[in-house]
Design a protein around this ligand. Structure first.
Ligand SMILES: *[C@@H]1O[C@H](CO)[C@@H](O)[C@H](O)[C@H]1NC(C)=O
Ligand SMILES: *[C@@H]1O[C@H](CO)[C@@H](O)[C@H](O)[C@H]1NC(C)=O
Ligand SMILES: *[C@@H]1O[C@H](CO)[C@@H](O)[C@H](O)[C@H]1NC(C)=O
Ligand SMILES: *[C@@H]1O[C@H](CO)[C@@H](O)[C@H](O)[C@H]1NC(C)=O
Ligand SMILES: *[C@@H]1O[C@H](CO)[C@@H](O)[C@H](O)[C@H]1NC(C)=O
Ligand SMILES: *[C@@H]1O[C@H](CO)[C@@H](O)[C@H](O)[C@H]1NC(C)=O
Length: 610
């Protein structure tokens, strides 16, 4: 009998308790957009709910926690990192595209959630272990950001910390060291004391960067699941097991247990997984993947996958005493499994602060509201630079400009200063995002600028906004500044040849149609899977308004290293006049998902650089 049929039969016997589980298909990514390095824990006593979190790099609030009962519909319920005092150092980390909050592990034990993670500072030398600031946060209420504890820091000379509680009462810390080995020692989670020496328990199967360890105990075996091969094309999941927690571990003869390397799948770089059970006793793995296609195997930075590393789900068969087997990841998963609940919005937890992952935004910044949990800043915000519906400006988000723009002074850090910027993730292959901005009489000096961006990092972003510029000398108002529409962008990164860098800077006098006194609407739309269009129109109107496109960029100029594209409004004086040079008011924030592409589009143009 097919397992799913068996479960359906069992479920129907208990139909008076719950409805039948008979859905044996779902779509990947299960959580779309910038959600790398997933980790999940299933909690039977909290309504059979699975809780997950992800690397959040420079976003603040960070470490978003999402919950689901059917494994298809996910709701953000909190941000484990939501108070400036929790991690002041986040304001200072340089190497914007590779530093920040790294791969967490989320676990639940005896009523408490434990989250272990690392604040990485990639500007420091590898031998300087202060580059890895490891810490633990806990909560007994994952539905409330405010309930997550302050970090308890602990010494570990590496990344990807995992916690495992053994039956004898020992709590084990396991992590990745120097891209070479998996190290382990007992830890006291309350004090952060690590009882060294650290023991090298696994060196991997020979590829670089054994990392992301997770330990599970099952049927008398300790299983060690790791990632290997680096986080790009050779990335994969590797399984090993031992009769003792500290080894020696033997590798699964079937390794890699999960990989897309050299496959023709749209889903590449599959790995960095975590296994959890469901209420029916089945096992699942969550992993990261990029929607990049076959060419990614040969030239990963010559592909188009602006959303970066997303979260995918795959069923795991794990018979007693045997190695687990993972189903390969694809956009449409079907097979010998049933979802733990039939997918429905009704299965979503009622508690929690956020919204359904992947849902559209209709945000009007009503008086008395706060920023929704899925919106964030880049590094730590300066609180006085933001206010919702301040006196005289209902239904708006006040933003005071930062001196630094989105590139900042070096495309890399901000020296602890803020960048006035609020964003959300791109979570659809095609989407439309727009806000209205108020600028007239507010932006008065040269290079005062407010607009929206599609941003991969400080050195890869494309912006459209209104900027005050001196008019040309032939103009009657010589010397005065006038509003212009500016489409500007930069795409340069250390992992691409300078011949593949891109700079655009185009200004247009404000057309009569967008006359003074009115708000402006700025919009970025992924018009297909390769191109983003940047447009402007008249704001302050309900519903659609005529938009004019001022520029395009292609997804290959927004290539993720560790993160994924985010979109949102910024306000800057571009290096002039210090902090807070002007105020602006953002309103009518809209994000609409238009299409989710789950197979490499046949009409995708070959990548080109110009
Ligand atoms: C969790 O699932 C188990 C197994 O199906 C079931 O017996 C139990 O009632 C469920 N708990 C809740 C709170 O629904
Ligand atoms: C390591 O980095 C810290 C900054 O976090 C710095 O103060 C220290 O001098 C560095 N140590 C070495 C040996 O470079
Ligand atoms: C890992 O490699 C190091 C260096 O070659 C060796 O000393 C160590 O014993 C190895 N550890 C394991 C667990 O194989
Ligand atoms: C899964 O993908 C791997 C890597 O591409 C491949 O070697 C393997 O044959 C695939 N397995 C199945 C069952 O398709
Ligand atoms: C995607 O949109 C851009 C901009 O409109 C266009 O130049 C390009 O040809 C489109 N690609 C496809 C495959 O239609
Ligand atoms: C950012 O601001 C600096 C001045 O601080 C300026 O030189 C640079 O052109 C601006 N660039 C972008 C893309 O924002």
């Amino acid at each position: 009998m097919k397992r799913s049929t068996l479960f359906a039969a069992i479920a129907s016997l208990s139909a008076h308790l719950c409805s039948a589980q008979d859905v044996s298909s779902y779509k990947n990514p299960i959580i779309t957009g910038f959600h790398p390095d997933p980790t999940c824990t299933f909690v039977a006593e909290l309504d059979n709910t699975t809780f997950c979190t992800f690397s959040s790099f420079l976003t603040f609030p960070g470490l978003p926690v999402l919950a689901s009962r059917d494994l298809v519909n996910w709701k953000q319920i909190s941000n484990a990192l939501s108070r400036l005092e929790q991690l002041p150092a986040l304001a200072f980390v340089p190497r914007g595209s590779t530093s920040g909050i790294y791969a967490p592990t989320l676990r639940y034990r005896d009523g408490t959630f434990y989250l272990l993670t690392t604040l990485a500072n990639q500007a420091l030398y590898p031998q300087n272990y202060t580059k890895w600031d490891n810490f633990i946060m806990t909560t007994t209420n994952p539905y409330d950001s405010g309930c997550w504890s302050d970090p308890v820091h602990f010494d570990f000379p590496g990344i990807d910390p995992d916690v495992f509680w053994d039956d004898d009462g020992t709590t084990w810390l396991t992590g990745s060291f120097d891209g070479k080995a998996i190290l382990q020692a007992p830890i006291d989670l309350e004090t952060g004391e690590v009882f060294g020496p650290l023991k090298d328990i696994w060196n991997g199967t020979g590829l670089p960067s054994p990392e992301a360890p997770h330990i599970y105990k099952k049927d008398g075996w300790y299983y060690l699941l790791t990632a290997e091969g680096g986080t790009r094309e050779r990335h994969r999941s590797i399984m090993a097991r031992s009769r003792n927690v500290d080894g020696p571990y033997e590798g699964d003869p079937a390794n890699p247990v999960l990989s897309a390397y050299l496959s023709h799948s749209y889903f590449q770089a599959v790995g960095h997984s975590d296994i959890f059970p469901d209420r029916l006793g089945q096992y699942w793995a969550i992993a990261l993947a990029v929607r990049a296609g076959y060419s990614y195997n040969f030239d990963p930075y010559n592909s188009i996958f602006p959303m970066g590393r997303e979260a995918v789900l795959t069923p795991v068969e794990w018979p007693e005493g045997e190695w687990p087997t993972f189903m390969n990841v694809s956009g449409q998963m079907t097979g010998d499994f049933v979802l733990p609940m039939n997918p429905s919005l009704e299965t979503l937890p009622e508690q929690g602060e956020g919204v359904l992952a992947g849902s559209d935004d209709v945000i009007d910044f009503a008086p008395g509201t706060t920023l929704p949990a899925h919106l964030f800043h880049w590094r730590l915000p300066i609180p006085k630079n933001y206010a919702i519906s301040p006196e005289g400006h209902p239904n708006s988000l006040m933003m005071r400009s930062s001196r630094y723009n989105l590139t900042s002074f070096d495309g890399d850090s901000t020296r602890g200063l803020g960048q006035t910027f609020v964003a959300r993730r791109q979570v659809h292959s095609r989407f439309r995002f727009s806000v209205d901005v108020e600028y007239d009489g507010l932006l008065t000096r040269e290079e005062n600028e407010v607009g929206i961006t599609a941003l991969q990092g400080q050195s890869q972003h494309f912006d459209i906004g209104v900027v005050m510029l001196k008019t040309s000398s032939s103009s009657p108002e010589v010397g005065s500044v006038q509003p212009h529409i500016r489409f500007r962008g930069v795409s340069e990164t250390a992992y691409r040849l300078p011949s593949r860098f891109k700079y655009v800077d185009e200004t247009f006098p404000l057309p009569d149609r967008l006359c003074h006194g009115q708000k402006l609407r700025f919009q970025v739309e992924a018009v297909n899977t390769t191109h983003y269009a940047f447009s402007a129109g008249l704001g302050g109107v309900e519903g659609e308004t005529e938009m004019t496109t001022y520029g395009y960029t292609r997804g290959n100029y927004l290539i993720p290293y560790y993160s994924g594209v985010v979109v949102g409004p910024y306000a800057t004086s571009n290096g002039k006049f210090g902090e807070g040079a002007f105020k602006t008011y953002i309103s009518r924030w809209r994000y609409t998902g238009l299409e989710q592409v789950r197979e490499l589009p046949e009409d995708q143009l070959p990548v080109y650089w110009d």
